[in-house]
Design a protein around this ligand. Structure first.
Ligand code: ACM
Length: 535
């Protein structure tokens, strides 16, 4: 879609206010005052594909209804979600109704406009209301996120606020650049309860993130119940980094995460990290070890010391059971097999293991995902490699990944020195790690997924993901401090056309998110690179 940015009509009322201020006359017409307060349509993060500003604004009132089609349960559900966000702060009733009316918020599903794709939407705002049109529910949901950001930040608060609740006039036509826009949470190094995960899901949804990658197992803890191997969780999930109590998801818990993620139009990507990063499993079942001896549980932060026993048959019975039970529960298409840092697995064994593990994923009808070391073996057709290298990663390693991409392997880009949310911003950051260097907000935003990996065809890139490893974080406040404001930047790289990429304008749009994040209770890092307004 093209970039169409007209000079906003807000200019005229702004002059009016300036004049009133200069003469000490406070007589600004109410409509003009409201227009002044309306946020420009183009201020949204991620930047929309196309913005055309102008025309009269719309102000929500106590009479505003959220109108949905009679026969659309999905539109009704999204309408109810929107109403839940808007009611506490506005104090308006905002009934969700199929009754026709001449103004209000209109959520329309089933547009035949194929340019909108599965996730795109059109938002039209004018005197009589705001209409969001989409082909699919995900598009309508993303359009609702845009509408939230067009309203004042205080709309996000959960107590009554003064308003006014004005949306500037104009049209947004929007659809994502990439279909994969992910965030990962490592629930192994520290366990995160279902409620904590839900909180993060809600925060991701605001920025149109559509994949939640859960790193469900590692040396320090196994976090997902597998009925056929119960000690994985009862023993292998009983601790965490630093020796705390750990925890795990029952199948009911996991299904609740899946349900909640689906309600926010996120697909869950479950990861079982194999054949390394497996101490929790090896500690739980002696027979998985080549020497038949279970190691102790591990609560440190070293990597690369554990490996499943590649020659043993029971290893593949184990992988089969785990993949089957997870695949049975998971509606999404991917199972992530990890495959990173298998430093204790000889290369020949690694390749043999990954061949068999990938085949098992295929047997259960899922698509293989793995960290990019998978490309050192034989990625199966359709496999997705998640690249987590650095600028300084060797040309040989980058070429290995690019060559796999030329041969059909798809890529999700998570360069650690850009997209890892657990990297410190600078040397004073109290949380996080620094092995990939410091990653300030600009560095995190300033790269292009389409051209990032030399030699990888642009069409091999499915999108981007921002991983949050949890060696040093275990509360939502800590996650928020590390994820915000970098996650909105990665989300924008995944959603917005490359032509919108510009740090100088992005940082101004990001600054405008400050009061919104505050209103949502998000404990974000006030980077000195961003001109935050005073709060
Ligand atoms: C990784 O950071 N080991 C994927």
């Amino acid at each position: 879609m093209s970039q169409r940015r007209r000079i906003p009509r807000l200019f005229a009322p702004l002059l009016l206010v300036a004049a009133a201020g200069a003469t000490g006359v406070a007589a600004v017409p109410a409509a003009a005052e409201q227009a002044v307060r309306a946020r420009p349509l183009g201020q949204v993060i991620p930047a929309p594909a196309s913005v055309s500003e102008g025309g009269p604004s719309y102000a929500l009132t106590g009479r505003t209804r959220i109108r949905v089609d009679e026969d659309s349960r999905e539109a009704r559900r999204i309408g109810a979600y929107l109403a839940d966000i808007l009611r506490p702060s506005t104090g308006f009733e905002l009934p969700v109704t199929a009754r026709d009316a001449k103004d209000g918020i209109r959520l329309r599903l089933g547009s035949g406009d194929t340019s909108l794709g599965d996730e795109g939407y059109r938002l039209e705002s004018g005197r009589h209301g705001v209409t969001i049109t989409a082909r699919k529910a995900a598009g309508l949901f993303h359009g609702v996120q845009t509408l939230r950001q067009l309203l004042p930040a205080s709309v996000e608060k959960d107590t009554r606020q003064p308003g006014p609740w004005t949306v500037a006039g104009g049209t947004i036509e929007d659809a994502p650049r990439y279909g994969y826009r992910g965030a990962m949470l490592d629930v192994s190094r520290h366990f995160f309860s279902v409620d904590k995960v839900k909180t993060y899901i809600d925060q991701m949804a605001l920025y149109k993130v559509n994949k939640l990658h859960l790193h469900l197992s590692d040396d320090q803890g196994w976090r997902i119940a597998i009925d056929s191997w119960p000690r994985l969780t009862t023993y292998g999930g009983s601790t965490q980094v630093g020796g705390g109590p750990g925890g795990y998801y029952t199948k009911a818990d996991y299904r609740e995460i899946l349900r909640y993620a689906a309600s926010r139009h996120l697909e869950v990507v479950p990861e079982i990290d194999l054949p390394g990063h497996t101490n929790a499993a090896l500690a739980s079942y002696a027979e998985l070890n080549c020497d038949g001896v279970a190691p102790p549980l591990y609560t440190g932060t070293k990597v690369g010391f554990s490996s499943l026993c590649v020659p043993k048959d029971i290893t593949y019975e184990f992988v089969d059971d785990v993949v089957r039970e997870i695949a049975e529960m998971t509606p999404g298409k991917y199972i992530h097999l990890g495959g990173d840092e298998a430093h204790s697995t000889p290369h020949k064994d690694y390749v043999a293991f990954m061949d068999r593990a990938q085949a098992i994923v295929g047997e259960y009808g899922k698509t293989v995902m793995g960290w990019h070391q998978l490309t050192g073996g034989n990625p199966v057709e359709g496999a997705v490699a998640q690249y987590w290298g650095l600028d300084k990663t060797s040309a040989t390693e980058k070429a290995q990944v690019a060559d796999a991409a030329k041969n059909g392997t798809k890529l999700v880009l998570s360069p650690a020195d850009r997209a890892y949310l657990d990297m410190k911003y600078d040397k004073s950051t109290p949380l996080g790690l620094a092995w990939a260097g410091y990653v300030e907000v600009q560095r995190s935003y300033d790269w292009d997924p389409g051209t990032y990996l030399p030699g990888a065809p642009a069409e091999s890139v499915l999108g981007v993901e921002a991983p949050m490893w949890s060696e040093t974080v275990w509360t939502n406040d800590q996650v928020e401090y590390m994820a915000f404001p970098r996650l909105p930047g990665i989300a924008e790289l995944g959603w917005s056309p490359a032509a919108t990429h510009d740090w100088d304008t992005y940082k101004v749009r990001l600054a405008a998110q400050g009061p919104r994040m505050s209103a949502l209770g998000i404990d974000y890092y006030r980077s000195a690179q961003v001109p935050w307004p005073a709060e």
